[in-house]
Design a binder for this molecule. Structure first.
Ligand code: F6R
Length: 602
């Protein structure tokens, strides 16, 4: 996590850095800081809290044509001004911002920095102190940085300023994202293109274990062994307007509303010349050559994975297991003979998922990534990829990426089934069904007033909540509970409703809010029985039911869609419920406490 940005050019870096950090704030927001170098005069400003707090603290006349900035999600050391980046070396000459985790920082400290008093609790400070130590021992700055990088174990994306070299900006990366934004008479370094889109749409990738030396009009990329690398820029696929909130009060609401349009974009993107939904041959081959698919994902993406399992097993008749990345990598189950590992990840940068990718590749297995971010680490490192086409998702709570994942998984499931000749895969006109789902999603995003009212009635003051479902509704219930927890801080649980009576029903008291999602005909009466059981124990129950299954007293009718595509639609009222519950409780919807969007530490 954490976001970094660096600028070298002819303009004052201050605004460019602050604007860039605002765009990176989704990566962490517990403290922030910038350093500006004006000739050899250095200004460092840090603040606990948000970029808005930092902005207030930076003097209006602060300036420098070279600068670096950071927004933090704490890993080592509590959120505080001392632990905020940039960090400086003992003399103050070298300044660093860092994203990642240095695993051997404690060893490095003991071995090389015994006599250096450290000012922070961070792993980062060790890097900058080491650079200064090696520089004091006679190495030129570039060599001191290179030698330091070779000592590091772990992940890093760094920007370094040497006060004595005001015309150069140093950067390097390993396992943490970083790219160069190329301008005319300036260059930028950033964790994400979003931070630099206002300045340029030309970007150059940086590979792991490469370092970069930028001046305002030159870009030098080298390996850690000093080999020069030539790499052409590419044009960013998103433009600055894609990442603005527009008239919306929150990114989350904008992204919820975008879901029908994303559905239509996905249909278009996967249509072949004949107008059928199709998947790249290379991807299909991977699926068809496997005897079992292992879906590896975290959080919301794993919830989409469960829906994907149901669809792939039904349409393609290939067994699928869904695993949480952070568990799988360290407790690998007995595998089938020809497994295919499918990574579902909005960001493509999630460290828990990447560690599994690295391991299974070492074991010689095939890999496929479903991601929203082309060019991300899991995209680059997997054998094959499929894209979600959801557009940038900025709110920490994932919404449109989830529905995009479900839709892309349905396309893959049906395409694989057809290629295999599975009868069920020919029975569905998926393009038409996804179109119907898009229209149903429109109806759901238009039900805001009703959902806001329900959120007020059930969740304004409650301390916990339950979401019940069976089969695919259970998967949506898990997602609904996660959404509610993460942005409204209400303790919530998504439950297979039949399981409730095996213990958890003991938690039901007077007024406990219980939401039931009912979209599957075959379990309609079972789940209604479970709702009656909680009502009998005093719960406040609220049923969202699909058209055709509704009963008097249900609070929302979900338009009818294909039985396996219901999560695309039923999840939307749950997303809105979380959104309005968070507003009722005065929570920061887009930046919930303790979280960050892109989870790049294990
Ligand atoms: C919840 C949420 C997270 C992510 C999880 C995986 O709203 O956003 O649970 O789904 O951190 O992230 P990705 O999909 O980027 O790998």
């Amino acid at each position: 996590m954490c976001g970094i940005v660096g600028y070298i050019g002819t303009e004052n870096a201050k605004e460019i850095l602050l604007n860039g950090l605002e765009k990176l704030e989704y990566r962490g927001y517990d403290s922030a800081g910038i350093a500006l170098l004006n000739k050899e005069e250095l200004t460092v400003v840090k603040e606990k809290g948000r970029i808005a707090d930092l902005r207030k603290k930076v003097a209006t006349d602060a300036s420098g044509e070279l600068g670096i900035g950071h927004t933090r999600w704490a890993t080592h050391g509590k959120p505080s001004e001392e632990n905020a980046h940039p960090h400086q070396s003992l003399s103050g000459r070298f300044v660093i911002v860092h994203n990642g985790v240095i695993e051997n920082y404690s060893l490095l400290k003991d071995e090389y920095l015994e006599n250096v008093p450290l000012k922070s609790d961070t792993d980062t400070e060790v890097i900058v102190q080491l650079i200064e130590k090696l520089s004091n021992e006679g190495l030129e700055t570039k060599e001191a940085i290179r030698k330091t990088l070779k000592l590091l174990h772990g992940s890093y994306a760094i920007c370094v300023i040497d006060q004595k070299e005001p015309n150069l900006l140093y950067a390097a990366k390993n396992k943490s994202p970083l790219l160069i934004g190329k301008g005319s008479s300036f260059n930028i370094i950033a964790s994400d293109a979003m931070a630099a889109l206002k300045e340029t749409d030309q970007f150059i990738e940086i590979a792991d274990e490469e370092m970069v030396i930028l001046s305002r009009d030159s870009i030098q990329i080298e390996t850690l062994d000093g080999e020069m690398i030539e790499r052409e820029p590419f044009t960013a696929a998103i433009d600055a307007s894609d990442i603005e909130k527009g008239t919306y009060p929150h990114y989350m609401l904008k992204e919820v509303d975008e879901q029908p349009a994303v559905m239509r974009r996905i249909i278009q993107s996967y249509q072949n010349e004949a107008g059928d939904l199709a998947v790249d041959h290379a991807v299909l081959d991977e699926v068809l050559n496997s005897d079992r698919i292992y879906i590896i994902a975290c959080g919301t993406s794993s919830h989409a994975g469960y829906v994907g399992k149901a669809m792939i097993e039904r349409f393609a008749k290939i067994p699928v297991e869904v695993h949480i990345s952070s568990e799988f990598g360290y407790n690998i189950p007995l595998l089938s003979e020809k497994p295919l590992f499918m990574f579902i990840t909005q960001s493509g940068e999630t460290a828990d998922s990447r560690q599994v990718l690295v391991k299974v590749k070492e074991m010689g297995y095939r890999t496929l990534t479903l991601t929203n971010v082309p060019g991300s680490t899991l995209d680059r490192e997997a054998d094959q990829s499929m894209y979600l086409h959801a557009g940038p998702e900025i709110a920490v709570a994932s919404t449109k990426a989830y529905t995009a994942q479900v839709a892309v998984l349905s396309i893959l499931a049906v395409a694989a089934g057809r290629a295999k000749g599975v009868e069920q895969a020919f029975e569905i006109d998926l393009s038409a069904e996804l179109g119907i789902a898009a229209t149903a999603m429109e109806a759901m995003v238009s039900s805001k007033e009703l959902i806001e009212h329900i959120a007020g009635e059930f969740l304004a003051t409650s301390r916990n909540a339950f979401f019940l479902g069976r089969s695919v509704d259970y998967f949506v219930a898990m997602e609904a509970a996660l959404k509610l927890k993460e942005i409204s801080y209400i303790q919530a649980e998504g439950f297979a409703s039949g399981e409730l009576k095996h213990g958890t029903i003991a938690l039901i008291e007077d007024e406990t809010p219980v939401f039931a999602i009912v979209t599957q005909e075959n379990i309609n009466w079972n789940i209604r029985g479970n709702v009656n059981e909680v009502l009998a124990r005093g719960a406040n129950a609220c049923v969202f039911a699909m058209e055709g299954l509704e009963q008097p007293g249900d609070r929302l009718v979900i338009p009818h869609v294909h039985e396996l595509l219901t999560p695309l639609v039923s999840v939307i009222p749950c997303q809105l419920l979380a959104y309005y519950a968070a507003l009722h409780r005065d929570c920061d919807v887009d930046k919930p406490r303790n979280l960050a969007k892109s989870v790049t530490v294990e």
